[in-house]
Design a protein around this ligand. Structure first.
Ligand SMILES: N[C@@H](CCC(=O)N[C@@H](CS)C(=O)NCC(=O)O)C(=O)O
Length: 224
């Protein structure tokens, strides 16, 4: 059975959402954020101290976009990957990794210097600069999303999960009202997916059952 270590609304939401899209059974292990400070034993599971930590038999992975790629390619019949033989393969890989490498990076700085650092270490200028940077990167998706319902291949894929998580995080840090209309509509479409709703319900239920706050870390505070 797949085991996924997760914090509410953290990047581990990507594999959680993908597992729900695939209808694949999994065990969800919840941690308070940040696990490296709240749960020392977690460092034995993942020496990086980060989530996701994902285990599938002998396979251990810690990169959310790579886990999505792994899961989607193990079940090609679900259509959540774009095969190397399809014309949209390059777009697929690009957006899958764009979600983490290009979009989530500036958001991390917004979170750290706007939410997680103690008040005396907060940096409003850093928060605004990196919020703008994130929004300008997001804006590049608008022309494509004005023409297409999803990012590539004319269908929902793991790339939408990767970018969709960055939109979830953007909404938690107050950037949603600054989305371009096509990006806002896309975000609304993603949230309507049954698997997205199931992933939200699963993390809440598991958090409550395991004695972890079901609120996103950025709502309750914590160290970065
Ligand atoms: N590139 C990794 C980043 C993983 C990561 O930094 N996760 C954050 C949660 S969103 C974390 O665990 N932070 C806690 C820490 O750095 O101690 C991925 O995409 O999974």
């Amino acid at each position: 059975m797949i085991r996924l270590h997760h914090c509410v609304s953290a990047r581990s939401f990507r594999p959680l959402w993908l597992l729900e899209e695939l209808g694949q059974p999994y065990e969800l292990v919840m941690h308070s954020f940040p696990p490296r400070m709240r749960d020392e034993a977690f460092l034995e599971i993942n020496p990086l101290g980060t989530v996701p930590a994902f285990f599938d038999g002998e396979v251990a992975m810690t990169e959310s976009a790579a886990i999505c790629q792994y899961l989607a390619s193990r079940r090609p019949e679900a259509g959540l990957e774009v095969a190397a033989s399809e014309p949209a393969y390059g777009d697929y890989l690009n957006f899958l990794h764009f979600g983490e490498a290009t979009l989530t990076f500036p958001q991390t700085l917004v979170l750290r210097y706007g939410h997680f650092e103690p008040p005396e270490r907060r940096q409003p200028q850093v928060v605004e600069d990196y919020a703008r940077w994130c929004l300008s990167r997001l804006r590049t998706l608008a022309p494509r999303l004005e023409r297409e319902p999803f990012l590539c291949a004319g269908r929902f894929t793991a790339a939408d999960v990767s970018v969709g998580y960055a939109l979830l995080l953007a909404s938690h840090i107050g950037l949603e009202e600054r989305f371009k209309p096509a990006v806002a509509d896309y975000w609304a479409r993603l949230q309507q997916r049954e698997a997205f709703q199931c992933a939200l319900a699963a993390e809440r239920e598991a958090a409550l059952a395991q004695g972890v706050s079901p609120e996103p870390a950025m709502a309750v505070g914590g160290a970065a």
